[in-house]
Write a protein that binds this ligand. Structure first.
Ligand SMILES: O=C([O-])C(=O)C[C@H](O)[C@@H](O)C(=O)[O-]
Ligand SMILES: [Mg+2]
Length: 431
């Protein structure tokens, strides 16, 4: 085959995607969330697509990265890492604190770079797969399962965004107590067939969240349950919750903030601890694994630096007897396809992956990916196996263009201030 896989054009399309009023410990989701769609075009006219965070700090890096990509080949995946190193990160973008709108550990320049690189890596793999007539999972070594299991990602939520805020309505209703959480879980099972459940916690005092998980355990006996307060609890509170829910939890996710606190909790409970906050980079693995601070790492190909880095992470976890699964943040179908391809290739993936996708009624694809029995079938068409719907992409981009800038950077605390003007990001531990 003599196809010319040189990248001749790169298109960056920031979009704003409708998001329901989902609550977390920092605040509430904005009515629209920024995402970035990346397209690479090769000399032969093959287009590859990727997706990542769309906030300004990612766009700032994606633009120079895109310029540097032109003239390179889509198969040069290793070269992406040296290219990323060349892109300067504005120091003001890197704060020694948990991300204001993503709850995915401490921000660093490298993590920002990797979060951008990952979209280009996925787009390269998509283009390569299309050019070769092979699905992305084959380029990653081949799938070891035909379907990938996802869990129902339950959130406390309001019925709607605050009055006066422009937003798309949703049909999920409010969920602010145990009965509301169980009802939401039932909708998830009816609509998508999910059989395991994760509740986003850190929103209400721990006793209320314990009651919600107990109610889930009663409504869905024997089903895997997780609770994730995003580091909102002290070590003592974490241990207490672990004791009270030890008989029903598959794992407790990031009960306390940071490796030291997680190690202390882990030493005092038999409930496995999972994280997408204290192990978010390769550099954080050694200390966490040495201290036995976490038993499951939730990879996220966006900030771990792509699909191949996710496989590397899984191999490290396997070596150390640590479990692996996948974290998610608000995302569209391009990312769900990428997650599904890589998850299908990881032999040691024994927990259902997270996905926000059911919360996103909007997408940029001609055909949405579907969950059946809580699983997504691994696409076998060339590349990611998805196609962009240009009209939808243009409409979501138009929304981004029309925004006055207030929604272009996700900030859950700012969104909460619309309803509660005195709201500040709560200090941790909150309880
Ligand atoms: O597992 C997690 O920590 C997440 O999914 C982080 C997200 O930011 C979640 O808290 C959210 O969407 O509010
Ligand atoms: Mg989490």
């Amino acid at each position: 085959m003599h196809s010319d896989l040189t990248i001749t054009d790169v298109r960056l399309t920031p979009v704003l995607v409708a998001d329901p009023p989902l609550l977390n410990t920092q605040g509430v989701h904005q009515p629209y969330t920024p995402r970035l769609i990346v397209e690479l075009v090769t000399a032969d006219g093959v287009t590859g697509v990727g997706e990542t965070y769309g906030d300004t700090k990612y766009l700032e890096l994606a633009r120079p990265f895109a310029e540097r990509l032109k003239g390179r080949r889509v198969g040069d995946l290793n070269g992406l890492f040296s290219l990323a190193d060349e892109v300067a990160v504005d120091a003001s973008r890197v704060r020694d604190a948990v991300d204001v709108g993503g709850l995915r550990g401490v921000q660093s320049a490298d993590k920002l770079r990797l979060s951008v690189l990952s979209a280009f890596e996925v787009a390269c793999l998509d283009a390569l797969g299309k050019a070769l007539g092979l699905p992305v999972h084959v380029l990653l070594g081949g799938r070891v399962r035909d379907t990938v299991e996802y869990s129902a990602y339950l959130f406390y939520k309001w019925a709607g965004h605050p009055e006066g805020v422009a937003a798309e309505p949703d049909d999920w209703g409010a969920a602010l107590d145990p009965a509301g959480v169980v009802e939401q879980a039932r909708k998830f099972t009816e609509r998508y067939g999910f059989t395991s459940f994760k509740l986003k916690g850190g929103v209400f005092p721990p006793d209320e969240e314990i009651a919600a998980v107990r109610a889930l355990a009663q409504a869905f006996p024997g089903h895997p349950l997780r609770l994730d307060p995003n580091g909102a609890w002290s070590v003592e509170t974490s241990v207490k919750v672990a004791e009270e829910l030890g008989d029903v939890l598959e794992y407790l996710e990031d009960p306390a903030l940071g490796t030291a606190a997680m190690a202390e909790v882990a030493a005092r409970t038999r409930v496995p601890l999972a994280t997408n906050m204290c192990v978010t980079t390769f550099a954080e693995i050694k200390e966490a694994f040495t201290r036995d601070a976490v038993q499951v790492v939730l990879s996220d190909h966006h900030y771990w630096g792509g699909l191949r880095n996710t496989q590397h992470l899984a191999a490290v976890c396997r070596t150390f007897g640590v479990g692996v699964s996948m974290h998610s943040n608000t995302h569209l179908g391009v990312s769900l396809a990428a997650m599904t391809h890589v998850a299908s290739t990881v032999p040691n993936l024994h927990h259902a992956c997270d996905s926000h996708y059911p919360w996103q009624a909007e997408d940029v694809l001609t055909e949405r990916l579907t969950f059946q029995g809580g699983t997504v079938a691994v696409p076998d068409a060339p590349g990611l196996g998805v196609h962009l719907d240009r009209d939808r992409l243009a409409a979501l981009h138009r929304r981004w263009l029309d925004d006055d800038g207030s929604l272009r950077d996700r900030d859950d605390a700012a969104a909460m201030r619309v309803a509660d003007p005195g709201w500040q990001t709560p200090p941790t531990p909150r309880w």
